[in-house]
Design a protein around this ligand. Structure first.
Ligand SMILES: Nc1nc2c(ncn2[C@@H]2O[C@H](COP(=O)(O)OP(=O)(O)OP(=O)(O)O)[C@@H](O)[C@H]2O)c(=O)[nH]1
Ligand SMILES: [Mg+2]
Length: 245
């Protein structure tokens, strides 16, 4: 991928996608995003050595979309936060002006990306939000799952004093300067707590964070990597972060 100002494709919008066992989903996501014809679009996939071969599939896509696509291969599953940091660091190195993070499993609908980029004209960070007016979750979610997701988010908001309504959303668009201000290398939480910690740092730095409503769709292929243990550990660590400032 060429950095901005270089010859050939100039990267304006970098989509950073962490993957672990998303062999079926990743090609669909990329095809849908490319169809949207976003100017200066590029991809950075961060794969943690997926046993299902997602890393090789990403390499094939990088060949197919030469100049638009980079793959960062990490040897083992090191958690989502570290994957984002690696991807964001590369996006900044390549000169991206806008950086979008989204999941590979199509839970974050590609059609929202142009709208989030438009909203970024008047904001520093746009958070794809399930819990703001107009947002929602997949109709198939059980009552229990809805309650856990919603109240878990409310708990995290209270712990951190966050203004946004979807503290754990992994669907976000950043201006380059916002990521630089948040200083991703200073973040402490590598796993599930990464999203709330970014939101907290952004709010503390006085950045303009706005929410863009979207409906979170369930993955139709592949397996979830979430567990109650991961969530509980994140909440405990977020309490420590709030206490220490
Ligand atoms: N690189 C990397 N990617 C990961 C890791 N864990 C999850 N992912 C990816 O991060 C995104 C979100 O993970 P999911 O398993 O979908 O988690 P979730 O969206 O909270 O759970 P579901 O709603 O069940 O899908 C997906 O693109 C995963 O492939 C990891 O340790 N490393
Ligand atoms: Mg998912």
């Amino acid at each position: 991928m060429t950095s901005s100002g270089g010859e050939g494709h100039s990267l304006k919008v970098a989509i950073v996608v962490p993957t672990y066992n998303e062999a079926e989903n990743l090609p669909l996501l990329i095809t849908e995003l490319i169809a949207l014809d976003i100017a200066g679009l590029g991809f950075i996939v961060v794969d943690d050595g997926s046993p299902d071969g997602t890393g090789e599939i990403a390499d094939d896509l990088a060949e197919e979309y030469e100049g638009l696509f980079e793959v960062i291969h990490r040897a083992s599953k090191q958690g989502l936060g570290k994957s984002y940091i690696a991807g964001f660091t590369r996006a900044l190195e390549l000169g991206a002006e806008r950086i979008v993070q989204m999941d590979a499993d199509l839970s974050h609908p590609p059609v929202e990306v142009p709208e989030m980029l438009a909203a970024l004209e008047d904001a520093d960070i746009v958070v794809g939000s399930r819990y703001t007016k107009g947002g929602g979750v997949d109709p198939s979610w059980s009552f229990i799952r809805r309650q856990i997701s919603y109240w878990g988010g409310v708990g995290i908001r209270l712990v951190l004093g966050l203004k946004i309504h979807d503290a754990t959303s992994g669907f976000k668009a950043y201006r380059r300067a916002a990521l630089e201000t948040v200083d991703i290398h200073r973040l402490k939480l590598a796993g599930y707590g990464f999203q709330p910690e970014v939101a907290y740092r952004a709010q503390k730095a006085g950045l303009r964070v706005v929410e863009h409503p979207f409906t979170f769709l369930d993955r139709t292929a592949g397996k979830s990597k979430m567990s109650a243990g991961i969530a509980a550990e994140a909440i405990y660590r977020l309490i420590l972060i709030r206490l220490r400032g």
